[in-house]
Design a protein around this ligand. Structure first.
Ligand SMILES: [Zn+2]
Length: 348
């Protein structure tokens, strides 16, 4: 969800690194960027200097292009020193895509949360030629329009394994309250939720750095969606809980290194904005469902712009998440419409 220009935030670098360039954002901490073939066309990755080796944070999609760029980065700004460890903030493919490649090709240790590892490994093994009956039922429940439904029923769906390298067995678990040494610093680990279950964030004890993955982003709000995997999940509730908790750690001097867009300062402001954006969206939605509405009928009040085909899938899971939150929070009822869609209506 775009939320325009965030005021009160500062961006020390207005131009991101390109190709095989890296920007040293702090001593021993490199910021690099990899392309994504989507509307959000890049992911940020970081390398932390551990002396005789590197720790890499997140990896990009698995593709020949990304592997080639990584090879150039390793031989260029990373000076040929080995990658001994890859840390994955969360299980989404733009972050975990090449973790298995680093493990298999470079013998790197994979460090992530247990949920992120289990999801990554499960989804990369779950190959579907056509959408599963559960996915079709989920789309129908969300009120997907008939044309889109027909088209998607016949198509090979997005498969996680298409953009995620096979993952060998074995990882090192991190969890809430742990600390980790990397880049000559000690980092507190705090777990986020909502955008992705058990999403790791890293808070330096020795200076002002925060590595936030997609839990905290500037200028765009992380996508929060419900999927057929867990139709009654409440990621909005989990998101708000995580934001309230992480907000307590925020300081104005912190430099936040996120998974997308630019590094920024002004974290206390940003945390308030992220929380307010979702409360605002929930309030607009509650106004809008004075008569029963399906998820796909709620794009206008939620996103305040028209949704094209490329964004339809993300908009749909996000609309379900917001409506289901209102329902599970006791603020709305839901009933099955004749076409199979859940329709939600404000109580009282
Ligand atoms: Zn991402």
């Amino acid at each position: 969800m775009a939320d325009g220009v965030a005021t009160g935030l500062r961006y020390p670098w207005t131009t991101p690194p390109k190709g095989d360039d890296a920007i040293e954002v702090a001593p021993g901490v490199l910021w690099m960027r990899l392309p994504l073939p989507m509307k959000l066309d890049h992911v940020n990755v970081y390398a932390l200097d551990d002396g005789d080796s590197w720790t890499v944070i997140d990896t990009g999609f698995s593709s020949n292009t990304t592997k080639r760029i990584w090879s150039m980065l390793m031989n260029g700004p990373m000076a040929g020193k080995p990658v001994a460890r890859v840390i994955v903030t969360h299980h989404h493919p733009d972050h975990v895509g090449l973790a298995g490649w680093f493990q298999a090709e470079f013998d790197a240790e994979l460090t992530t949360t247990r949920t992120a590892w289990l999801f990554s490994r499960m989804l990369s093994l779950d190959v579907q030629a056509t959408p599963t009956p559960e996915t079709l039922a989920f789309w129908r429940s969300a009120g997907m329009d008939a044309d889109t439904f027909e088209k998607r029923t016949a198509e090979r769906p997005f498969n996680f394994g298409d953009v995620v390298e096979a993952m060998p067995l074995g990882f090192t678990r991190i969890q809430q309250g742990d600390t980790i040494e990397m880049g000559g610093r000690t980092w507190d680990i705090h777990i986020g939720n909502g955008h992705s279950p058990e999403h790791a964030t890293f808070w330096s004890r020795d200076d002002n750095l925060v590595i936030s993955g997609d839990q905290i982003l500037p200028s765009i709000s992380p996508n929060i969606g419900v999927y057929a995997t867990e139709p009654m999940a409440d990621p909005i509730g989990e998101w708000l809980e995580a934001c309230e908790r992480l907000k307590e750690l925020a300081r104005d001097d912190q430099l936040v290194l996120g998974g997308h867009k630019l590094p920024f300062t002004g974290l206390p402001t940003r945390m308030r904005q992220l929380i307010d954006n979702h409360h605002g969206a929930l309030a607009r939605l509650l106004d809008f469902i004075d008569t029963p509405k399906s998820a796909t009928e709620c794009f206008a009040p939620l996103f305040k712009r028209s949704i094209g085909e490329a964004e339809y899938g993300l908009a749909l899971v996000e609309a379900v998440a917001h409506l289901s939150h209102l329902y599970q929070d006791g603020k709305a009822t839901r009933t099955r419409r004749d076409d199979g869609a859940w329709v939600y209506q404000r109580k009282g």
